[in-house]
Design a protein around this ligand. Structure first.
Ligand code: BGC
Length: 726
């Protein structure tokens, strides 16, 4: 595609009136353009904007409209009305797939597989681009430690290093290498800047108050990784950072994001986040809100009209320099140019190709592969995998549910979804086992008829497969929960089934780590399926019947009880750590009623085979800036099934200038081992990996002693020590 040069863009800017420029900074949802209230995707409150048709006609971008024919029509209508013929950018939340829905990002995190993650983003981009979209509001890379927050499902988890790898993989997948000429890619928008995941109490949209060190050490790395990978846009977050709402926070946006991190792309507000500066209590009216946001460097205001209504006056009265507007508009025009929209405003939109590409078999098979890599086997007393000749009672609200895509799967269609019972029945035909199905309970209600029918069905079976979980509305945006157990009705169903002397395999569908009390202690096996996406039912069936050996590993800890939250593996020690030798010492840091440790730690997941770890060998006792350390161990598959182990390496700085985490993931390797096979796994630890933010925020390492841990998860590791010398 042909792009114009900077001079031409500046020339265009010069031709624009102030109102036309400011209209570029407005983003509206589809219903403003195609006339129907519920057309497109609505993800926030719809306030009355009080804007004229003329402003709508000049708006710079549109949110949540997909489908090549519709996009072409809206773009062409827009070009007829826009005096200078500036095309609109079409943006939407393509978070884990367009129509081919992949597992939710938290599940993708559990695959520890960046290549598949990248492939999923490339497919999402391809389906979106052919359907007319130019920008996706993804990846969401907020670090998450509080499973009460419904949006943990959109993140890849609690670890800054793993999140950074996935952030990069997603950006590469969405944007490819040449956004201008590869029209099957879309620009990525990393969100939500910054630290949206740290809301107090896990309550949606709540206050965030972090120390600068916490922010830099844990929360910033994944945003930075996305930017280093060339991510074109950034979205502001709803929360406060250091006492100021992010969307009007000059220090955060101008000093940190732009000056320090070097971001010069488009900064877009989250939905309504500009007007919300009033409710936050830092702006007294819309004009003040517009002032704060524009000063902070927010280029596009999403879904409120503070900019279009007030910036003209603010500029004319001299309160806001016109150069600030020009700067923002140039960034927007620049993005349009980079996307090739001045050359071809329809870009990849192609109704015919759309029919062939969207939800094609090739894309669905990648979704199935990723789903099978994302499920995590949490418990197995030996009942899994199921045997072909066993009679199965498939029970539970998710036995026949199509609600398995998870939040943010806007274009995913129920009619495309295979339910777990259909997938298992299809398998049963091949394996000649009997499958009986009963609902047993709803998500949060149970009747006597339901549980009695479930018991009747279960009595006839050798094994019960109990499919339980949260509905997709119980997580995602606005999906905070204070009690993260399964709804009572489903716990009761489990209790009824437990009265029979039958093995129970529980498959859990959900968008957050749950408190699994009442499930994991009652079941003989627990498979965490998350919201597994379009091909989830088949992927789960593959695992249940042993055609796929599970290899997912948790990227977020599962709490023992909600009272422990936030509970995460890379925590600090205290001055009075609980000692194994004195577990009951009252004056140690602990709870009286529950353990300190999570129920299932970060990195945890079982396989149908067993892996044995050899001793850790170090290439030297000391490491210097020029001489890294080789850490080597041998992993053996001691079982009789081929399997993939995720070998994990953690580091602890024994004495820091400030407190250092008990463990930090620094490297991992996914290794496929045949039965009886051994492989040597070697990692390189460099001085750079030992750096951290000191009290003066300098990012350096300390000489002294370090522990290196290698193992199957953040808890089950062996340890060696080495020294950093300088
Ligand atoms: C969400 C964003 C999303 C936006 C646009 C907001 O409510 O917080 O993540 O990108 O809506 O749909």
């Amino acid at each position: 595609m042909i792009t114009v040069d900077n001079q031409q863009l500046s020339g265009l800017l010069e031709q624009m009136t102030l109102e036309e420029k400011i209209a570029q900074m407005l983003q509206l949802v589809a219903s403003y353009f195609v006339g129907s209230e519920d057309d497109g995707q609505i993800t926030g409150p719809m306030e009355s904007l009080g804007i004229t048709e003329e402003t709508v006609n000049q708006a710079g971008s549109i949110l949540g409209l997909g489908g090549a024919a519709k996009v072409i029509q809206v773009q062409q209508d827009h070009l007829k009305n826009d005096r200078l013929g500036i095309p609109m950018i079409f943006m939407a939340d393509i978070v884990h797939g367009y129509k081919t829905i992949f597992p939710i990002p938290l599940a993708i995190g559990c695959s520890w597989d960046q290549e598949l993650a990248e492939q999923s983003a490339a497919i999402a981009a391809k389906e979106s681009a052919v359907s007319g979209l130019h920008v996706t509001f993804a990846p969401m890379v907020d670090l998450v430690r509080d499973p009460r927050w419904g949006r943990v499902m959109e993140s890849t988890g609690e670890d800054p290093y793993l999140n950074s790898l996935f952030a990069r993989a997603f950006v590469r997948g969405f944007q490819g290498e040449d956004l201008t000429n590869d029209v099957s890619r879309v620009a990525a928008c990393v969100k939500h800047f910054a630290a949206y995941g740290a809301g107090e109490g896990g309550r949606e949209y709540n206050t965030v108050d972090l120390s600068e060190r916490q922010l830099r050490e844990y929360y910033l790395p994944a945003y930075k990784a996305a930017l280093d990978e060339g991510c074109e846009l950034v979205m502001t977050s709803f929360n406060t950072v250091h006492g100021s709402p992010a969307t009007g926070n000059r220090t955060l946006m101008r000093d940190l994001l732009r000056a320090e991190l070097g971001f010069d792309g488009v900064l877009i507000s989250d939905w309504g986040a500009v007007i919300e500066l009033i409710a936050h209590g830092v702006a007294e009216d819309e004009s003040a809100a517009a002032y704060l946001a524009v000063q902070a460097g927010v280029d596009i205001e999403m879904m409120t009209s503070c900019y279009v209504k007030h910036l003209p006056e603010l500029v004319r009265s001299g309160k806001v320099e016109e150069s600030l507007i020009d700067e923002a508009v140039l960034r927007i025009l620049n993005l349009k140019n980079k996307l090739g929209l001045f050359d071809n405003p329809l870009r990849g939109a192609d109704p015919e190709a759309e029919r062939a590409i969207v939800f094609c078999d090739e894309h669905r098979s990648v979704s199935r592969e990723l789903a099978s890599q994302s499920c995590v086997l949490l418990k197995n007393t030996g009942v899994l995998p199921l045997q072909a000749e066993q009679r199965i009672a498939l029970i539970g609200p998710f036995a026949q549910s199509k609600d398995i895509l998870g939040s943010w799967s806007w274009m995913g269609a129920e009619e495309d979804i295979m339910t777990l019972d259909t997938a298992i029945q299809a398998k049963a035909k091949i394996t000649s086992s009997n499958v009986l199905v009963a609902e047993g309970s709803g998500i949060d209600s149970i009747t006597e008829t339901q549980w009695k029918e479930a018991l009747d069905v279960a009595r006839q079976a050798d094994v019960i497969v109990l499919a339980v979980g949260e509905s997709s509305h119980m997580s995602g945006e606005g999906g905070s929960r204070a009690d993260i157990r399964l709804p009572e009705a489903q716990l009761q169903l489990m209790d009824h089934l437990r009265t029979l002397d039958k093995p129970i395999v529980t498959v859990v569908f959900n968008g957050r780590p749950l408190d699994l009390q009442g499930i994991h202690d009652q079941a003989d096996a627990v498979l965490e399926a998350w919201f597994p996406g379009s091909e989830g039912a088949t992927a789960i069936t593959d695992i249940l019947y042993g055609e796929v050996n599970p290899s997912g590993r948790l990227s977020m800890s599962f709490p023992h009880a909600v009272g422990q939250v936030p509970v995460y593996y890379n925590h600090f020690n205290t001055g009075r750590p609980q000692k194994e030798s004195e577990p009951d010492n009252r004056y140690s840091s602990k709870y009286l009623d529950i353990p300190n440790e999570p129920l299932f730690p970060f990195g945890y997941g079982l396989s149908y085979t067993e892996f044995k770890y050899g001793e850790i060998a170090l290439s030297a006792e000391g490491i210097t800036t020029d001489r890294p350390l080789q850490v080597t161990t041998t992993i053996t598959n001691t079982g009789d099934t081929a399997g993939v182990e995720v070998v994990q390496l953690y580091i602890r700085d024994i004495t820091g200038e400030v407190v250092r985490p008990m463990k930090e993931l620094k490297a991992f390797s996914k290794v496929l081992l045949q039965p009886g096979e051994s492989k040597e796994v070697s990692f390189t630890v460099t001085e750079e990996q030992l750096r951290y933010h000191h009290s003066d925020l300098s990012y350096t390492s300390d000489t002294g002693e370090f522990a290196v841990f290698v193992g199957a998860n953040s808890r089950d590791v062996s340890e060696r020590r080495f020294r950093l010398l300088k």
